[in-house]
Design a protein around this ligand. Structure first.
Ligand SMILES: Nc1nc2c(ncn2[C@@H]2O[C@H](COP(=O)(O)OP(=O)(O)O)[C@@H](O)[C@H]2O)c(=O)[nH]1
Ligand SMILES: [Mg+2]
Length: 195
């Protein structure tokens, strides 16, 4: 699959299976902590400032947001691990994510977004273990690389991928560093069904 990235649209927001869009395109899920930069990554990917909503209020996006880009669909999943979300919201989160990740036939791969400045959190590790146990093809995108010096990029990425046991790239939505690598990853994950 070759992406041109010009034909992109928001499809819909969903909280359960009955709301998921009906299509036969491959889907790639974006997972990560709230506020880690998932929506910004999506905007950087399509080169638009307001394609995906960048949240001023972390932890508020409690829906699965489906975006079509050419002949694939990116699913921005609600972020995990935000301390201030209520217990009620946290209780809704798990089945919402689990249902999508375990039951969606279109799902071809996962991009786990991690803040390059920090060690993966307990939630990050749990998610990675789960991804690996499920055997879903995945990549880590270590974002916000503009916030650390270039010299720390490689060692920081290695530490993260070592802990999570998922291959990864260095990225910045701010500077677009790693955008070409991200495009390759998206294409690779989406193309798997084509053999
Ligand atoms: N410096 C910098 N800030 C970023 C980057 N990515 C996201 N941010 C900021 O981090 C905050 C959360 O981003 P958002 O994309 O909404 O995170 P989400 O909750 O994972 O979707 C926003 O203030 C963004 O501007 C990045 O690569 N570099
Ligand atoms: Mg977001």
């Amino acid at each position: 699959m070759k992406l041109n990235l010009h034909d992109a649209e928001f499809l819909l927001s969903a909280v359960n299976e009955s709301h998921y869009p009906k299509h036969s395109y491959p889907e790639i899920a974006l997972v990560g902590r709230s506020n880690v930069g998932k929506s910004s990554l999506l905007n950087a990917l399509v080169n638009r400032k307001k394609f995906a909503r960048v949240s001023g209020q972390p932890g508020r996006t409690q829906t699965l947001n489906f975006y079509r880009i050419d002949q694939l669909v990116i699913v921005d999943l609600p972020g995990y691990g935000y301390a201030r979300v209520s217990e009620a919201i946290r209780r809704q989160w798990r089945p919402m994510i689990e249902n999508y990740l375990t039951k969606r036939p279109n799902l071809k791969g996962i991009i786990q977004v991690i803040d390059i400045r920090h060690q993966p959190t307990a939630d990050d590790r749990m998610m990675a273990e789960w991804i690996n146990a499920m055997g879903i093809p995945a990549f880590v995108v270590a974002t916000k690389a503009d916030k650390i010096s270039r010299g720390r990029h490689k060692p920081s990425l290695e530490k993260i991928t070592d802990i999570l046991q998922i291959p990864g790239i260095v990225f910045s939505s701010e500077t677009r560093l790693g955008r070409d690598a991200l495009i390759s990853i998206v294409q690779q994950l989406a193309s798997q069904s084509e053999g």
